[in-house]
Design a protein around this ligand. Structure first.
Ligand SMILES: Nc1nc2c(ncn2[C@@H]2O[C@H](COP(=O)(O)OP(=O)(O)O)[C@@H](O)[C@H]2O)c(=O)[nH]1
Ligand SMILES: [Mg+2]
Length: 483
């Protein structure tokens, strides 16, 4: 992917657009949000800054298990105690950047580093390199992700340090696999080897064999694997005497050779590019799954609440709620509150049947009943409806005396809830007018109940969130990809 490295002017806007698109949605229902975040981070935190400045120093992440001697080796190379090392574990709690040219932009997502904590410039590191000492994999940077993995995500090369006695432990394979997936030039160090050369050779050969079997060691043999014998740690530098790490220093300095460095960066950019392209394909698929899941969840909400709305309106029209005619408006509120619970239960039952819905319901027993604020909303609506009856009953005869108006409103209340009730003969005012007004009042009551139910449904809708659009799908494409 040399091409990618040579045409940043054309690529950068495309990559930034894709990164923005990736940041504009969440995969809440179909899964894959971790992948979305990782893909965005790869573009924003590695590809874009690296393409902007492909010739800046190579960022070398020093990673490995706790107590393998990473910090001691970094101090040995610096010949000064720049990184705390010690028997208490873990000693290194945050990444330490040893750099002669400030913080590289690829490490810009570490707030502490950006604030200048953990950045060392004196003495300068080997020319062309920025060396980053990392905490062991058990130390998280943000949330659950290991800080060492996060540094490795930002690096251009890797030094993996294993302890001479524990190199065969499973610990660290995640780091090794990530470095291999990113195609980072990687130097494998077995540290603290026994002094006897024949045992050293045995261990180095065995380690190389294991790495080759896992497919993470380029080429056969021991190229890329370096041993460092257990030596005396000097109290003033916190590292081994310089001659103990001569071999390691040579290997690390070889990474800094300008030609090798450029080739390495191109290779890593190429791998990132490939990963982004493949990741975007997967992301488009995940987005379609997300849309399908969101639509299905939304359908269940519409079906649940709409059905209850129309059942309730039909009951009112059919006189099945006639008993309410003798009750106060609070009883009208109670009816719609109970129906809200019924609708909520229907939605929850439908959601529970699928994984996306079940995930949204988890830990939310409240979703099986009406929302707490629905009772208040129902009371407000019922009171407003009842208060509006006087005006309806009066029609144009607004000059009625107050007592008469109250009587007419009460009649309308009764008629609206009990459509088959007929005013007694002799009631003043036109019977036909009252029947018409009652029909309108019924419609208004059904409308107010719909408002209450819709408000109750809102919490389900907001849990679903927006349904991804087709436009978004189109934005998750690199321009050069075939449509
Ligand atoms: N004697 C001796 N001790 C070492 C050597 N390498 C590391 N240690 C000790 O092992 C402990 C852990 O080392 P450290 O560099 O903090 O490990 P890290 O967790 O990988 O950074 C410290 O007490 C070091 O002094 C070595 O080559 N010789
Ligand atoms: Mg350390």
């Amino acid at each position: 992917m040399v091409l990618a490295a040579q045409d940043p002017d054309g690529l950068l806007p495309v990559l930034r657009g894709v990164s923005d698109a990736l940041g504009s949605f969440r995969l809440r229902h179909g899964g894959g949000d971790e992948g979305r975040r990782a893909l965005r981070a790869r573009i924003r935190d590695y590809l874009v800054p690296r393409l902007l400045d492909p010739d800046s120093a190579l960022v070398v992440a020093v990673v490995g298990g706790s107590g393998s001697g990473k910090s001691t080796l970094v101090n040995s190379l610096a010949r000064r105690r720049i990184s705390a090392s010690g028997p208490l574990r873990p000693t290194t709690l945050t990444p330490l950047v040893w750099t002669g040219e400030g913080l590289p932009p690829t490490l810009g997502s570490f707030p502490a580093l950006v604030a200048g904590r953990g950045v060392v410039a004196d003495p300068p590191p080997p020319e062309g390199l920025i060396v980053v000492d990392t905490p062991p994999p058990s130390v998280a940077a943000d949330g659950e992700r290991a800080a060492a993995m996060a540094v490795l995500d930002a690096a251009d090369a890797c030094v993996f340090v294993a302890s001479g006695i524990r190199y065969a432990d499973a610990a660290g394979w995640d780091l090794i696999d990530l470095a291999a997936r990113r195609r980072l030039p990687t130097l494998f160090v077995i540290n603290r080897l026994p002094r006897a050369p024949e045992i050293q050779n045995l261990l180095l050969d065995d380690f190389a064999r294991r790495l080759t079997a896992r497919g993470v060691l380029a080429g056969a043999g021991r190229g890329g694997v370096v041993g460092v014998a257990e030596g005396p740690v000097l109290s003033e530098s916190g590292g081994l005497p310089p001659e103990w790490v001569g071999g390691l220093r040579k290997e690390i300095e070889a990474l800094a050779d300008p030609l090798a460095r450029r080739r390495a960066v191109e290779r890593v950019i190429g791998a990132a590019w490939h990963e982004v392209r493949r990741g975007l394909g997967a992301m488009r698929g995940a987005l379609v799954d997300e849309a399908v899941a969101a639509l299905a969840l939304g359908d269940a909400v519409e079906a649940g609440y709409r059905a209850v709305e129309s059942e309730l309106a039909a009951a009112l029209r059919g006189g099945r709620l006639a008993a309410l005619a003798a009750e106060a408006p609070e009883a009208l509120a109670a009816v719609v509150v109970r129906r809200s619970s019924l609708a909520a239960r229907r939605v929850a039952a439908a959601w529970e049947a699928g994984p996306a819905g079940a995930a949204l319901l988890a830990g939310r027993p409240d979703l099986w009943a009406h929302a707490p604020e629905t009772a208040e909303e129902a009371r407000t609506q019922a009171a407003a409806w009842a208060a509006g009856l006087g005006r309806r009953a009066a029609g144009r005869r607004i000059r009625w005396r107050r007592r008469r108006a109250r009587r007419q409103a009460a009649m309308l209340y009764r008629l609206a809830l009990d459509p088959f009730h007929r005013p007694e003969p002799g009631t003043r005012g036109s019977g036909a007018f009252l029947v018409r007004a009652a029909k309108e009042a019924r419609a208004a009551l059904a409308d107010s109940w719909r408002v209450v139910l819709e408000a109750d449904a809102e919490r389900f809708r907001s849990l679903i969130g927006p349904v991804p659009s087709g436009t978004l799908l189109a934005r998750l494409r690199l321009a050069e990809e075939e449509k």
